[in-house]
Design a protein around this ligand. Structure first.
Ligand code: AHM
Ligand code: MG
Length: 336
């Protein structure tokens, strides 16, 4: 039973049995992510000092290379997961190809693969705006004991066993699901411990916030244009408020708490939108559904899409259930 103020470590142990395979492996994996996220958080919080201590590409005072934060985050997550011998493969938005965790045969016995966007929205770092990490975990489909294959990563989102995000914001929060609802933990930086602050998070069924890059408006499909006009129309519960940070994790986190819809549709220049199915859309869609929300490409459920490539992109509409359904109605009305 989730108790407010419980630490994440306690929560993981207590809820381990909820997971159908319950060997403790998944719990250890989430624990590793928690640790890596603390290291990234520490670095993100110092980002404003870059101008004082030297910028990426420089050598710092200790004679170490300054890394760009997204490269740093990528390395931290990969190294933490690799060193703990907890996964058999990792795919990252930052890497062209997936990584096979090689070494002893014991490593290959691991059943899980992790897909990760180590630092999403990293263009926001220079201006002190929140960024995030997104992760997604699957059981491999090829036999354990062998090197992982591409098919272990190209599974539809409905096969995820866990997914989550970390938002490095005014506070740092880790939010995740193992398919039994969504829980949010806030980091107490003085103690270095995450505490359960948002038990059983749910999207309000309806909301009044819409989040979209309206600079792309003229390139949007007609259905999205019509839906945006609907959001802006003066009616009993409208116009809705427009809020767009341009940092997926923060935009979705706010909308989950307050009620809202996030859209990154196709544009005439980018027919598949911008966001990546495996690293961004699937984990966020799993969380949204677990929180009574909905995620769609405009016509169908994100989690049912069968991926064909690691870095595949997809139009993404995610948020309060009734709002996403309304956007889908507008899309359907324009479908030729
Ligand atoms: P990134 O993975 O290169 O950081 O891009 C993803 C980000 C999301 O966080 C955000 O929602 C979106 O890109 C913003 O894109 P745009 O600036 O085109 O609105
Ligand atoms: Mg990203």
């Amino acid at each position: 039973m989730a108790q407010k103020n419980q630490s994440l470590g306690e929560f993981i142990i207590e809820n381990q049995s909820e997971f159908q395979y319950s060997s403790g492996e998944l719990s250890r994996l989430i624990n590793s992510i928690r640790l890596a996220a603390k290291m990234v958080n520490h670095e993100v919080n110092k980002a404003g000092l870059v101008d004082i201590t030297g910028s990426a590409g420089d050598i710092n005072t200790q004679g170490e290379d300054q890394q760009k934060l997204d490269v740093f985050a990528n390395n931290v997550f990969i190294q933490t997961l690799t060193n703990r011998q907890i996964v058999c493969g990792i795919a990252s938005e930052e890497n062209e190809d997936f990584i096979t965790i090689s070494g002893s045969d014991k490593n290959h016995q691991s059943k899980y693969v992790v897909l990760i966007d180590p630092l999403d929205g990293s263009s926001n770092i220079d201006v002190n705006v929140s960024v995030g990490t997104i992760f997604s975990i699957y059981r491999r489909v090829t036999p354990a004991g062998q090197p992982v294959q591409l098919e272990d990563f190209l599974q539809p989102g409905n096969k995820q066993v866990a997914a989550g995000y970390i938002v490095y914001g005014t506070s740092t929060m880790l939010v995740y699901t193992t398919g039994h609802g969504v829980n949010g933990f806030t980091l107490n930086p003085a103690l270095g411990t995450y505490y359960l602050s948002h038990p059983n998070m749910t999207y309000p069924e309806n909301g009044s916030i819409y989040s979209v890059n309206e600079g792309n408006y003229i390139q949007f499909p007609q259905g999205i244009k019509d839906y945006i006009k609907y959001c802006q129309k003066e009616e009993e519960d409208r116009p809705y408020t427009s809020r767009y940070i341009g940092s997926l994790v923060s935009d979705l986190h706010r909308n989950m708490i307050k009620g809202g819809i996030y859209m990154y549709p196709s544009t005439s220049k980018t027919p598949n939108g911008k966001l990546r199915l495996l690293y961004e859309c699937n984990p966020m869609a799993f969380i949204a559904e677990q929180a009574n929300g909905k995620a769609s490409d405009g016509y169908k459920r994100i989690l049912d899409i069968k991926p064909t490539a690691l870095h595949e992109r997809v139009p993404f509409i995610c948020g309060s259930r009734k709002m996403v359904e309304k956007a889908e109605e507008f899309m359907a009305a324009q479908k030729s």
